[in-house]
Design a protein around this ligand. Structure first.
Ligand SMILES: CC(C)(COP(=O)(O)OP(=O)(O)OC[C@H]1O[C@@H](n2cnc3c(N)ncnc32)[C@H](O)[C@@H]1OP(=O)(O)O)[C@@H](O)C(=O)NCCC(=O)NCCS
Length: 135
C-alpha cells in the first residue's frame, strides 16, 4: 500500500476496520466512534514516552473533513507537537482506505493532550521511573 503522507514525522498508532455497529442513522460512521479511536491513538503514542497511566486532559480541535464509510480501513497516525514535562500534545491524522476502491482519503484531524499520572491520579513527569510494573 502506498502511504500518501510524510511517514518520517508521524507514526501509525492504530488501524481498524469499521463495522455495522459503528454507523449512525445515515449509514456513515458515527463521529463519536472516530473520537474514541483518536483518544486511543493519543494514548498509544504517549505510552511510547513513559510507562505510566495517561489520562486525556483536552481534545483541542477536531475537523471531520470527509465521512468514513462502513468497511473502510481507517488508520490513525500520531505526531507529538508539544513535549511538556507531564503532558504531551499529539496531532492525530486519520485516513480511510475506501472499502470499495482502496482510495486513501484524509477524513479527520485532531489535537489531543494527555497527562501522565501516578496511581492516585496526580500528574507526574513522564520521564520518571515507570509506575506500571510487570505483574
Ligand atoms: C488532566 C489532569 C490530571 C490535570 O491535573 P492538574 O492538577 O490540573 O494538572 P497540572 O496543573 O498539575 O498540570 C499537569 C500537566 O497537565 C497539563 N494540563 C493540565 N490541564 C490541561 C488541559 N486542560 N489541557 C492541556 N494540558 C493540561 C499541564 O499543562 C501540565 O503539563 P506540563 O507539565 O507538560 O506543562 C486532571 O485535570 C484530571 O484528572 N482530569 C480528568 C482526566 C480524565 O479522566 N480524562 C478522561 C476523560 S473521561
Amino acid at each position: 500500500m502506498t502511504e500518501s503522507h510524510d511517514e518520517s514525522t508521524r507514526r501509525l498508532a492504530l488501524r481498524i476496520v469499521t463495522m455495522p455497529r459503528d454507523t449512525n442513522q445515515y449509514g456513515t460512521i458515527f463521529g463519536g466512534v472516530i473520537l474514541s479511536y483518536i483518544d486511543q491513538a493519543g494514548f498509544v503514542e504517549c505510552r511510547r514516552h513513559g510507562r505510566h497511566r495517561w489520562v486525556t486532559a483536552s481534545l483541542d480541535r477536531v475537523d471531520f473533513r470527509a465521512p468514513v464509510h462502513l468497511g473502510d480501513i481507517v488508520s490513525f497516525y500520531a505526531r507529538p507537537t508539544r513535549m511538556g514535562t507531564k503532558s504531551i500534545t499529539v496531532r492525530i491524522e486519520v485516513e480511510a482506505e475506501r472499502y470499495t476502491t482502496q482510495q486513501r482519503v484524509r477524513v479527520t484531524e485532531a489535537t489531543i493532550t494527555l497527562v501522565s499520572v501516578d496511581p492516585a491520579g496526580n500528574p507526574i513527569p513522564y520521564t520518571s521511573e515507570p509506575t506500571i510494573d510487570d505483574e
